[in-house]
Ligand binder design. Structure first.
Ligand SMILES: *Cc1c(COP(=O)(O)O)cnc(C)c1O
Length: 424
């Protein structure tokens, strides 16, 4: 199977003769064995199989295998949310006393995870602008740096991450690049092809695509040579006492070590697994991802172009508009388009934005993005309402700013809704 469209529909699960056509939902917490020896081999990681759904479940593994195939990786796992995916991806290689270099333009939840919660665990971070100079990027690395992190298209800033550049810097320092590829999805960008080592997702967004189930995923490229930097990654390159002294990078190789360790240690201890029922819903979304993404892009682009020409609009932020500062980078990594999320600033600040939001009929007010139904959010009067106008401006979310996630409706209807809402 080579083409991405076919992978969306069929990868990850091939039923045998007379078996269910659709991925079965294995709604079972546990699995039965004939002998204790059989089960013992699973606990020793000597055989692969299932024993308890807190760690692994067959439904999840079929869906994770599909996402790994879409990203061009060697192994994948599902998590209960995008937050859990990013935490596991980072914590699998960073421990107390380590350091992360991260793009400053990332999802607020991830920024909080790294800058507050992981800091409490003794893991420090240096944030650099995705547009930083080579000197700034170089200066961000330390002796104890263990990875570099960024988002292909950042939520909500819509900056574009120069994956190749950050991958080269990471590899020069002997550490992997982790990329959160939630917004473009592998249909529009495959970070591994540009040098990323680990890819993460909030599957809650386009992959699910219908606002149905919260979830996350991690994919390993299988390319990072942990043993070549064994001193930096003792968790992968020295024996794990909690599994009778196995060394992940030796036993499972470059292709399997990262995901096996994350499953065997982090899933075991934190239990942030996706429910098999949610994995089933996620797979339904994935089956049409390649059909939906081009429509999200088409609608996003049409809306961005309409807004750019509207006198009531101060500016429009959409990476695939030729006027955007990230246009060239966006076209390099995502020639078919990025996603359906557009942000724009309405002239007249908070009051004008509030009036605009009230008049919308088709576009719903939600704190969500990347769903089949178009939704809008004015941060100043919702998620960021504790900030005054000056603070909002400093944070890059002026009071008149609206984030719009274009769904799968007819683009002319969306534009008509915007047109009437922008009228006096
Ligand atoms: C939403 C989002 C997350 C967090 O995912 P949840 O599924 O809500 O936990 C992480 N990264 C990006 C880019 C997101 O948009």
């Amino acid at each position: 199977m080579t083409k991405i469209n076919t992978k969306c529909v069929q990868a990850g699960y091939t039923p045998g003769n007379g078996e269910p056509r659709q991925i079965p939902i294995i709604q079972s917490t546990t699995f039965k064995y004939d002998t204790s020896e059989d089960m013992g081999k699973l606990f020793d990681l000597e055989a692969s199989g299932y024993f308890y759904t807190r760690l692994q479940n067959p439904t999840n593994d079929h869906v994770a295998a599909k996402i790994a195939a879409l990203e061009g990786g060697t192994a994948g796992m599902l998590t209960s949310s995008g937050q859990a995916a990013n935490f596991f991806a980072l914590f699998n290689i960073c421990s107390c006393g380590d350091h992360i270099v991260s793009s400053s333009s990332i999802y607020g939840g991830t920024f909080n995870l790294i800058s507050v919660t992981m800091a409490k665990m003794g893991i420090e971070a240096t944030f650099v602008s995705p547009d930083c100079s080579d000197e700034e990027l170089e200066a961000a690395f330390r002796e104890n740096t263990k990875c570099v992190f960024g988002e292909t298209i950042a939520n909500p800033a819509l900056t574009v991450f120069d994956i190749e550049r950050f991958a080269e810097a990471a590899h020069r320092h002997g550490v992997p690049l982790i990329v959160d590829n939630t917004f473009p999805t592998p249909v529009n960008c495959r970070p591994i092809e540009w040098g990323a080592d680990i890819v993460t997702h909030s599957t809650t967004k386009y992959m699910d695509g219908h606002g149905t189930a919260v979830g996350g995923a991690i994919v390993d490229s299988g390319k990072f040579d942990w043993m070549a930097h064994a001193d930096k990654f003792p968790g992968l390159c020295t024996p794990d006492d909690s599994y009778h002294g196995i060394t992940y990078a030796e036993k499972f190789g470059k292709e399997g070590a990262f995901i096996t360790k994350a499953t065997a240690q982090l899933m075991r201890d934190f239990g942030s697994i996706q429910s098999p029922q949610n994995a089933f819903y996620l797979n339904l979304g994935l089956e049409s991802l390649h059909v939906r993404m081009p429509r999200h892009v088409e609608n996003g682009k049409a809306v961005a172009e309409f807004l750019e020409s509207h006198p009531k609009v101060e500016y429009v932020n959409y990476p695939h508009l030729p006027s955007n500062k990230y246009y060239e980078t966006a076209m390099k990594y995502m020639p078919e388009g990025g996603c359906g999320v557009v942000s724009f600033e309405i002239r007249g600040g908070r009051k004008a934005a509030e009036a605009f939001m009230k008049k919308l009929k088709l576009c719903a007010i939600e704190t969500h993005v990347a769903d089949a139904r178009t939704c809008v959010l004015n941060p100043a009067t919702s998620t960021h309402r504790q900030m005054n106008d000056e603070q909002l401006k400093a944070a890059g979310v002026p009071a008149g700013m609206v984030r719009m996630s274009c769904g799968l409706e007819d683009k002319e209807d969306l534009i008509e809704d915007l047109r009437q809402a922008l009228e006096d």
